[in-house]
Design a protein around this ligand. Sequence first.
Ligand SMILES: NC(=O)c1ccc[n+]([C@@H]2O[C@H](COP(=O)([O-])OP(=O)(O)OC[C@H]3O[C@@H](n4cnc5c(N)ncnc54)[C@H](O)[C@@H]3O)[C@@H](O)[C@H]2O)c1
Length: 240
Amino acid sequence: MERFAGKKVLLTGAATGIGRATALRLADEGATVFAVDRNAEGLADLPTKTWVADVSDEQSVKDAVRAAADVMGGIDVLVNVAGIHKTTPLATLTLADFQRLLDVNLLGTFLFCREAMPYLREAKGVVINTASTSATHAHPFMTAYAASKGAVLAFSISLAAEVAADGVRVVAISPGGVVTPLMTSVSFPEGVDASFYGRIMPQVGFGEPEAIAGTIAFAASSDGAYLTGVELRVDGGSHV
Ligand SMILES: NC(=O)c1ccc[n+]([C@@H]2O[C@H](COP(=O)([O-])OP(=O)(O)OC[C@H]3O[C@@H](n4cnc5c(N)ncnc54)[C@H](O)[C@@H]3O)[C@@H](O)[C@H]2O)c1
């Protein structure tokens, strides 16, 4: 498929996991991809344009978006994938940890949307934001992460209505359990009863990053032309 021939894609979180798979998928479908991450080493062997930036730093985001637009000659698609995770019971959840989750997951998404929107308006483009099943379903001991993702979903739905008249679409993707460095690093502090998670395992097994990349490609392509202000839950049926 060549659904992204001639399309200019700015994508965050591209060094590993879902972001990396998405960068490769969109490039494979003909896109010019400007891949952003804070992890320079992870970006190094991507066959796309790359840029090192911290999505939680306002100036860093401004620089990345300007560079993307300059290098590619505009931006048709923005895909916000960069994110972090933390598992902590409420009693030991620090303000600093909560703040960091909001800074990266929510405010990083906001900053890229704000900075890229003039180019997306020009292109009548598409924004894909990465939420999570924890935006709408209980995930104990992940309250701060869940709150950050719930906010990404709420932000995306309202933004979709705000920019619809400009011809810009906004779609939130909510992955379930996907095998990536983020997911495999999840662990629970000693003494925590995490049996809840045993009950919400997807019967079809955990997802591969490529499955999420395929959904992002669909939603960002002309095949998703009538999708906006919507959440696509991609979780193998774990959160029905
Ligand atoms: N893997 C899952 O099960 C799962 C489920 C639901 C949602 N998600 C979401 O999907 C997205 C991708 O996660 P993943 O599982 O591929 O994890 P990952 O850790 O493999 O990828 C996240 C990427 O974001 C980058 N990143 C983190 N903080 C950054 C910052 N401040 N600035 C720039 N880059 C930064 C990391 O370097 C990494 O390359 C995240 O938003 C995550 O919350 C993942």
